[in-house]
Design a protein around this ligand. Structure first.
Ligand SMILES: [Fe+2]
Ligand SMILES: [Fe+2]
Length: 397
């Protein structure tokens, strides 16, 4: 067998990664290429520190229709520093009779001699180098010749149509330049949106502290304790379902930020800021605390992420087609540790970590049952949401 190993963070994976792997497969008669997905180095900025599981999921989507490309997850699970020479030594040991090829970008080649144990890497594998757009080929060929002099293995260039695309460009421009989306598999693109990756807004522990202190002042003590329960439940659900955990925690902390103000104040905030009020909300103004809370995110608490505002807006009723954060906050609000009145809480708390959609539906079911016993309080949005997820559970959406 001739096995290609393509190392990288794949943050995110894009079409050029696939082009390079396919070119290597063809030109060097490889049987298989494995994307060796690197673990996240701990020093990286949080904004770029996308959960490992998210990068893995995106790679899985991108290679779904590539039978000769697979994933090697070993570096994700390795403790301590992860060096290529360690992985390649292992791979060579596992496949002693196979020929191993290590695929790298031309930027890596230029510094190859400074890597940790480059001699071990080139002993284990033939190095295949993917040039980048604008590379000076004389410089590249000189670097290859220098490596051939210094090390025992062989070095080749991969011939493919290089372009200027890099994962760093996608991370930076994802929300401002839609043209980068065409470089992504459509499933990867959906995943990025759903999981709020590469958002211009990212949150840190300092934000959690600041907003908790604000809520401690703003809310009654029982509401504050509920808020902490929702925030921590949202955090753990986010870890489970691969959503940025601090972003979910911020949404949890702020979800009831407009709960402890008067009905008159809620109505006046909506009227002054052109936030539409439905008849039932005039009748029961506490129903407005989601809408007003969403408004307060930006205007009062300097939290500008639209996904957070939306999750807060719909946290009591849900809405048809909720996104991942909407579901996390909707569920966290219902199952947080301080809740004890709702039926089958033990089951819901377990299902939330097994099947989030099912948990959303079960909560809607219980809510509709409760509202049927109290018909004067029925908000049509809850019924619409219930019907949407009822159809989804039947596979009709
Ligand atoms: Fe609420
Ligand atoms: Fe709540």
């Amino acid at each position: 067998m001739r096995i290609g190993i393509y190392g990288g963070t794949f943050n995110p994976i894009h079409n050029t990664h696939i082009d390079i792997a396919r070119a290597a497969l063809e030109q060097f008669s490889l049987d298989k290429v494995y994307f060796l997905v690197a673990g996240n180095p701990p020093h990286k900025d949080t904004a770029e520190n996308i959960p490992d599981a998210c990068r893995l999921e995106m790679v899985k989507f991108a290679i779904a229709n590539q039978p000769k490309i697979a994933i090697d997850e070993r570096e994700i699970y390795r403790t301590g520093k992860s060096y290529s020479y360690i992985s390649l030594t292992e791979i060579k040991k596992e496949n002693p009779t196979d020929d191993i090829f290590f695929i790298m970008g031309s930027d890596s080649l230029l510094y190859f001699k400074n890597w940790v144990k480059p001699d071990v890497i080139s002993d284990c594998a033939t190095i295949l180098v993917a040039p980048r757009l604008g590379d000076n080929m004389d410089v590249l060929n000189n670097a290859i010749n220098e490596c051939k002099d210094l090390f025992s293995g062989d070095f080749f260039l991969i011939d493919y149509k290089a372009n200027g695309l890099a994962s760093s460009v996608i991370r930076q421009d994802y929300y401002t330049d839609k043209s980068v989306h065409k470089w992504l598999d459509s499933k990867v693109e959906e995943y990025i949106i759903e999981h709020n990756l590469y958002s211009p807004y990212s949150y840190h522990y300092d934000d959690i502290l600041r907003l908790s202190q604000e809520m401690n002042k703003e809310l009654k003590s029982s509401r504050y304790v509920h808020t902490l329960g929702v925030a921590t439940t949202a955090y753990s659900l986010a870890l489970k379902w691969n959503y940025p955990a601090y972003t979910a925690m911020v949404a949890g902390i702020l979800h009831d930020c407009a709960k402890c103000i008067s009905d008159e104040k809620r109505i006046s905030v909506c009227e002054k800021n052109n936030i539409p009020i439905r008849d039932i909300e005039y009748k029961y103004p506490h129903l407005l605390h989601g809408k007003v809370g969403a408004f307060y995110c930006k205007s009062k608490y300097d939290v500008f992420d639209d996904q957070i505002a939306h999750a807060i807006e719909v946290h009591t009723t849900g809405c048809p087609g909720m996104n991942l954060l909407d579901k996390i906050i909707f569920v966290a609000d219902y199952i947080e540790p301080g809740r004890d009145k709702q039926p089958r809480l033990d089951i819901l708390r377990s299902v939330a970590y097994e099947d989030l959609d099912k948990c959303v539906f079960m909560i809607l079911e219980d809510t509709v049952n409760y509202l049927n016993e109290n018909p004067e309080m029925v908000d049509s949005t809850t019924i619409d949401t219930y019907n949407y997820y009822l159809n989804e559970m039947k596979g009709e959406v």
